[in-house]
Design a protein around this ligand. Structure first.
Ligand code: PLP
Length: 369
């Protein structure tokens, strides 16, 4: 849970590499997996499969809706793969060769040119126009907004089950189910971007499990490698079959070093479900503590929301000063969407860590008042 600055100052980390360090920093199982793999084989061309890659793919398939897995190196790359696969599948399987993907306002899907166009936040797109065509962003959590945006050119809907960068926005439980039904009705693909919500972050291995809705394609990155750079796209056999050898690839994608780190991370996360259970309990504890702060500082705090250990505190003012004041006192938190303090600690966080952080936040908020 801790990191130290160059001056030796200690910090308690409630950002966790922006939802990356799910097991905390330098978890011994991840460290040993990297050490062992580094002595054996660091890289081999993607003309061949390698053993850790296959073992990781098997683990992900066994614990998800998916039949096939593609590996890359980041979240944006995983979403690029998903966008390409959706387009290729639609070209080959749907009448009229549709290509448009409906995404949500306030979503975040990455900073490459396609994922920037998919991201429903103009502030990230400004200066990089013209945007790649083929995306329409509509209000999140509104099935009517998606229905209105449907055209004969639509091939897929792409959503984060809980919006992270957009301010920790949770949809209603019916929304994702209704989106699935709509996709089935019009033969559209449903893509879940679980780059931030996956890997146990919300208290289940994947956030879609809370909603009982499965996608056709899902993307992962962030927590997957326990700190190592790796991304992946999961898909059903039917959809994955649209990709033929040569259609897509990545030199470093699926390299044995990152895959070994990811195997250690996934196995540790899923071991007896202890960490997922801890995530749910600590998430509830954190929400409870933040709600107490809300009662004390009602004029500063307008909402508390979250799922598992992806938690947001919406402020009635801009949040960056609070983040820097907490940092001065040895607590790392984050502010997203301008006024939402975001807490994404490692899943190993304990009550005493949360209490310590809440005491400092209480003091910082008190000083602002
Ligand atoms: N999708 C979501 C939901 C994210 O939160 C992020 C990063 O914050 C990305 C995609 C992009 O991932 P990366 O920064 O690894 O490219």
């Amino acid at each position: 849970m801790k990191v130290w600055g160059a001056d030796g100052k200690e910090y308690l980390d409630f950002v966790g590499g922006i939802a990356v360090n799910v097991l905390g920093h330098c978890h011994p199982k991840v460290v040993v997996a990297i050490q062992k793999q580094a002595q054996r084989l660091i890289h081999i061309s993607n003309l061949y499969y390698n053993e850790p890659q296959i073992r990781l793919a098997k683990l992900l398939v066994e614990h998800s809706f998916a039949d096939k897995v593609f590996f890359c190196n980041s979240g944006a790359e995983a979403n690029e793969a998903a966008i390409k696969l959706a387009r290729k599948y639609a070209k080959e399987n749907l009448p009229g060769k549709p290509f448009e993907i409906i995404t949500a306002l306030n979503s975040f899907h990455g900073r490459t040119l396609a994922t920037l166009a998919a991201t429903g936040q103009p502030k990230f797109q400004k200066g990089f126009e013209p945007l790649m065509p083929g995306f329409r962003s509509v209000e999140f959590n509104s099935i009517d907004a998606i229905k209105k945006a449907l055209t004969p050119q639509t091939c897929a809907v792409m959503l984060e089950p809980v919006q992270g960068e957009g301010g920790v926005n949770l949809p209603s439980s019916e929304y994702l189910r209704q989106v699935r039904e709509l996709c089935d009705k019009y033969k559209l693909l449903l893509i879940f971007d679980e780059i931030q919500t996956g890997m146990g972050r919300t208290g289940k291995f994947f956030a879609y499990e809370h909603y009982g809705v499965t996608p056709d394609i899902e993307t992962l990155a962030k927590g997957l490698g326990g700190g190592c750079a790796i991304g992946s796209m999961l898909a059903t056999d039917k959809v994955a079959s649209a990709f033929q050898p040569g259609n897509h690839g990545s030199t470093f994608g699926g390299n044995p070093l990152a895959c070994s780190a990811a195997i250690a991370t996934v196995e540790t996360l899923l071991e007896d479900g202890i960490l997922l259970d801890q995530c749910r309990r600590m998430g509830a504890y954190l929400l409870g503590g933040l709600n107490s702060l809300r009662r004390e500082h009602a004029h500063l705090i307008s909402d508390i929301r979250g799922m598992g250990l992806l938690v947001g505190m919406e402020l009635a003012r801009e949040g960056s000063k609070i983040v820097s004041s907490c940092m001065e006192q040895g607590i790392i938190i984050n502010c997203t969407a301008g006024n939402v303090l975001r807490f994404m600690p490692a899943l190993i966080v304990q009550e005493k860590d949360i209490d310590y952080m809440l005491d400092i936040l209480d003091e910082v908020l008190g000083r602002l008042a």
